[in-house]
Design a protein around this ligand. Structure first.
Ligand code: GDP
Ligand code: GDP
Length: 435
């Protein structure tokens, strides 16, 4: 689900009103991600069960003339780089302005589809006046009122129609997909180069113009998988906040497309708040995880350095911390192939299907040894467990009172699943169902 809709337009045309309307059924908004500032919004929209990202590139636009133009250009550039489709919003109430004209000039050169959205068409009279915007020269024109919602359904239909086309164009492969994610400068490009070679960077510059993530097939030493990266298409962002914003958006896109995420950390800096957010987002989305503590060559080591480091890191990663943690140095090429081995193992773990008989054999014993606590005088009985046919390992426990099994017991069962079967690096889901 990396499909992204960017909203651009001069101030006050109604961008944030449209943004809020698209996100009406606000689901899993990533607002707590540092770098996604209050003036540049990012969220997930849902239209008839189809999910896509929406960016409001609005931003803070200062009103001195030259800065203003520059900010608008920057906004449009972000949209052209990050989006799958651009909604160029203009305002029927105020009519066309010079700024609309100059934004249109830039957008006409976009390789991404641009929908012209004429907003504030609140009544029929406005609709007549709004036809002046056809002169901007865009094929797709929508007349909407973000305030009342009229016209937004057609717009969303056409947006989701594009999603279908993009999906058809994507190569479908059953190969494991690994995403390399992490903060700027942790060593993502270096790791890619170490694995695939320097020519990579050249390839990525070309690929970066058409998509936000780059898929490279790795085929060496009997290993065959797809590496998804965003490192190579990094741009020279001037402002630190921009760089962070891009890196967050790209990390989310990359992890969406991946089966397993390799989260790179800088050994000297440790894990940051943003790393933790990305980590728990990956876990929430059921992705496999491997943590690589890079630049280990820079750390002064004593007897238990790695062990202590791992212990502290696991505390930060809790509750889901049953993941491989490897101490690597991309620079000295230590343990980088081990890291790939770990990712392949996690990939296998994520696909693992446990036969029902084996599952019941092991887990009913564990339940027998420690029963769920009695609730309101009812003994809770769990009679049977089965693995569901889902991509993320999920287990259904059949019980007489599914709603009365509490979190501590759920955790107990998850631990027993992990003790008995190999699910390292993989989020495991536990459900209770009525018998
Ligand atoms: P932004 O600066 O482009 O994000 O614009 P806002 O979303 O903040 O909207 C600017 C103003 O236009 C606000 O006062 C909105 O209430 C108003 N507005 C937005 N959409 C509509 C609409 O469809 N009709 C009318 N009449 N006003 C609207
Ligand atoms: P990216 O922004 O995550 O792609 O990071 P880069 O791959 O561009 O690396 C950032 C800097 O860290 C570069 O100067 C690398 O040479 C350096 N670097 C990467 N890996 C290591 C490592 O294992 N040890 C040391 N000492 N430096 C490293």
């Amino acid at each position: 689900m990396a499909f992204t809709v960017a909203i651009v337009g001069r101030p006050n045309v109604g961008k944030s009103t449209i943004f809020n309307r698209l996100l009406e059924q606000r689901k899993a908004i990533v607002e707590d991600i540092p770098g996604v500032t209050r003036d540049r919004q990012y969220g997930i929209a849902d239209w008839n069960g189809k999910n896509f990202y929406v960016i409001d590139t609005g931003g803070f636009v200062p009103d001195t003339e030259d800065v203003f133009e520059r900010e608008i250009r920057k906004q449009v550039r972000i949209a052209m780089d990050e989006a799958s489709v651009i909604l160029f919003v203009v305002d029927a109430a105020s009519g066309m302005t010079d700024l609309d004209d100059s934004m249109a000039d830039i957008l006409r050169r976009s390789t991404k589809p641009v929908f012209l959205v004429v907003n504030k068409v609140d009544n029929n009279e406005r609709l007549l006046e709004a036809s002046e915007f056809y002169s901007l020269g865009f094929d797709k024109v929508f007349f909407i009122s973000a305030m009342s919602g009229s016209g937004t359904g057609d717009l969303l239909d056409d947006v989701t129609e594009l999603m279908k086309e993009e999906k058809d164009a994507e190569e479908d492969t059953d190969l494991p997909k690994f995403a390399i994610i992490g903060q700027p400068n942790v060593g993502k490009s270096s790791l890619l180069n170490a694995l695939i070679g320097e020519e990579r960077t050249i390839v990525s510059d070309v690929a970066g113009t058409t998509r936000d993530t780059i898929h490279t097939r790795y085929q060496l030493f009997q290993k065959d998988f797809i590496l998804i990266d965003t490192a190579g298409i990094r741009r020279k962002a001037k402002v630190h906040e921009d760089l962070e914003f891009y890196s967050v958006i790209r990390a989310i896109k990359a992890l969406d497309e991946a089966d397993v995420c390799l989260l790179l950390l800088d050994a000297e800096k440790g894990i940051t708040a943003q790393d933790l957010t990305i980590y728990s987002l990956a876990a929430k989305k059921g992705k496999g995880l491997v943590v690589l503590v890079n630049k280990w060559d820079l750390v002064a080591k004593e007897t238990n350095t790695a062990r202590d480091y791992e212990k502290t890191l696991k505390q930060r990663l809790a509750p889901f911390n049953n993941v491989p943690i490897l101490f690597v140095s991309v620079k000295e090429k230590t343990r980088i192939f081990k890291a790939i081995e770990a990712a392949l193992e996690v990939y296998e773990n994520r696909k693992r299907k446990i036969p029902t008989s084996e599952l019941n054999d092991k887990l009913l014993k564990a339940i027998e040894a420690y029963h769920p606590p009695v609730v309101r005088g009812h003994p809770i009985k769990i009679k049977y467990v089965t693995q569901l046919p889902t991509a993320v390992p999920s287990f259904a426990f059949f019980t007489n009172f599914p709603d009365d099994v509490k979190t501590p017991y759920r955790n107990y069962l998850e631990n027993k699943v992990r003790e008995n079967f190999a699910f390292t690096g993989v989020p495991v889901r536990i459900f209770f169902r009525k018998k």
